[in-house]
Design a protein around this ligand. Sequence first.
Ligand code: PMP
Length: 403
Amino acid sequence: SFEALPLAPKDPLFGLIAAYKADTDPRKVDLGVGAYRDDNAKPWILPVVRKAEERVNTDPALNHEYLPIAGLGTFTSASAKLMFGAENPAIRENRVTSVQTISGTGAVHLGGLFLAKFFPRPENQKLYFSNPTWANHGQIFGNVGLPTGTYPYWDPSTKGLNFTGLIEALETAPEGSIILLHACAHNPTGVDPTREQWMKIAETVAQKKHFPFFDCAYQGFASGDLENDAWAVRYFAEAGFEMCVAQSYAKNLGLYGQRAGCFHFVTHTEETKGRILSQLEILQRSEISNPPAYGAKVASTVLNDKALFREWEDNLRTMSGRIIEMRQRLYNKLVELGTPGGWTHITKQIGMFSFTGLTEAQVRRLKEEFHIYLTNNGRISMAGLNTRNVDYFAEAVDKVVRG
Ligand code: PMP
C-alpha cells in the first residue's frame, strides 16, 4: 500500500502560474512563465502558423495515422538543416541522425536516456550543466540515472558570465565528460558567451575530449535571426565534434502545447549514424512509441515552403523585437527613477528571460504588495512586460530595492 509514499513538492513554476491565475487584483503581472505574450498580455498564434494550419487541415491527404518511430521525415530533415545550416559539413556528409521528440524536453530526455545507456564513462564521468540552469535539467538527467555536476556560469557581481570559472571547470572535469550547453538565450540568466568565448569553450572541450550536448530552445526567438542564434551549434559541428542537440519549436513557432521538437546526433561517419539511429529508435519505441503528428506537420509546412519561411522570419522579428523594446523601456524607467544599483544587464541579456539580481525577499514583496509574479531566483520573463505594465513593474522594483 502507498500510505507511506512521501508527498512530492509541487513544481515551483507551475505553482506560480496557479497563484497568478487565482489572484483577482487587476494590476497583477505574470513574469513567471516562459511563453510569449503580445502587448495585450495575450498568447500569440503566429500568423504563419495559422496559414500552415489551414494548409494542413485542408490537405485532402490528411489523416491521423501514426508517424514512423523516428517521426515525420520532412520535419526532421528540415529541422536538421535549420539547426546546422544546409552547407554544414555534418549535413553535406550525411552525418546527422534526427529523431522527432516531445518538444525540447523530450529531446533532452531522449538524449539523456541514450547517453545514460551508451556513453562510455570508464571513470564514472558525469554530465555537467551550468549553475544555474533550466530547472528541469537536473531532474531529467537524474531520472535516467546519468550522474550530474555543475560548472560556474552566473557572476552575481557583474550580472554577467563567469567565463574564467566556466573554463576552469571544463579543464578540471575528468576527460571525456558530457558538457550541456545552452545554444542561445541561456535560461534562466539571459547571458550568452560571445563568439570569441564560444571558440575558447570549443577549444577546451576538444582538448579534454568532452562531449558537447546543446540544448536549443530559442533559435530565432532570441535575436530574431535563425542563423545568428544557431551560431554556436554550427561552429561546433563545423569543428568536427561528435555531439548532440535538443531542438524545440515551442517558442520560435509558438507551438508550446503541440510538443514539436527534434533530437539530433552528429557522428564522425555516416556508418556510425545508422548504429545510433537503430538504438534511438528502440528507446523511442519503448518510451512513446511514436511522436505526435500535428505540430510536426504544421512546422514542416513552414520549414519547407520558401514564402512561409520568410513570413516566419518576420514573425520572429516581431516577437524578439517586442522583447528587446521592453528591455529598453524597463531599463530607461529604472534609470529615470534613479533606482539604486546598475541595470545595464537588463538590456545586455538576451531572449525570453532576464536575471534581475532581485533577492528572494524582494521577489516576495513584489508578489505580496504588487501582485507581480516571478520565480524566487529573480528571473523575469520579459514577454510578460508590455507598454501598459512596464512602468508599474519598474516602480514596484524601485520600491522594493529601496527597501
Ligand atoms: N530547454 C530549455 C533551456 C528551455 O528553456 C526549455 C523551455 N522552457 C526547454 C528546454 C524545453 O521546452 P519544451 O519542452 O516546451 O520545448
